[in-house]
Unconditional design. Sequence first.
Length: 247
Amino acid sequence: MKPILRVYKNKHALTQAVTAQIVRILTSSCRARGRALLCLSGGSSPIDVYQTLALPEFSRKVPWDKVHFFWGDERCVSPDDPESNYKNAADALLNFIPADPEKIHRIKGELPPKEAALDYQKVLQDFSFGPLPWPGFDLVILGMGEDGHTASLFPGAQDPDEDLLPVLSVSARYKNRPADRITLTPMVFNSARNLIFLVSGEAKAAAVRQVFSSRQDLPLLPAQRILPRKGKVFWQLDSAAAKYLQV
Ligand code: 6PG
């Protein structure tokens, strides 16, 4: 499906709109299927949204006991490390809502990377979706790096055989963040019903322009590989990130 692009005047407006959108998607998934499968992103971009979602005005609308939490990627660190994507989501959201601990399916970044990837692959299998050994997430939230990476799918040649696995362990340098990571692969993201790219700030504007240019460069722009077959993909941007787009 063609990406749906929305631009907000600033980060605050973006945060409010995306938080309300998450509430709508979670509540309608719970109504329709009795549960919601939510896959969270790491990085700094979603923190404001997580904190806003934890506020009573939003939080009370969501049947949290029916929501399953997953992550699109994790850094290979322990769950109490400040670089842990799980910890960041817990500190901003999970610790403030009545989530069911049995429905929090974190990636075990403390295990050796290959083991953590296999462990997560098994977790996903328990939620398999028709013939596919992974879930069709009701909602995936993703960020994007200044280099066009998303989750831990980084620019550069990838082993095509690895693309056939739902979970990979990878190693890539980005800023001062941990290099060893576990990530879901595009085929898993592309099975989602809804996917939100949450991107803000001028530093991302050039990468946003490249993603939306007519030129496809899948190895160098991993974000372009995320295009759900049937689901919807929303690019939710502030005006700084959308600076070079004609909208
Ligand atoms: C991670 C991520 C990664 C992140 C981007 C953007 O674990 O680092 O999931 O893909 O979303 O690097 O990061 P910022 O939101 O901090 O710019």
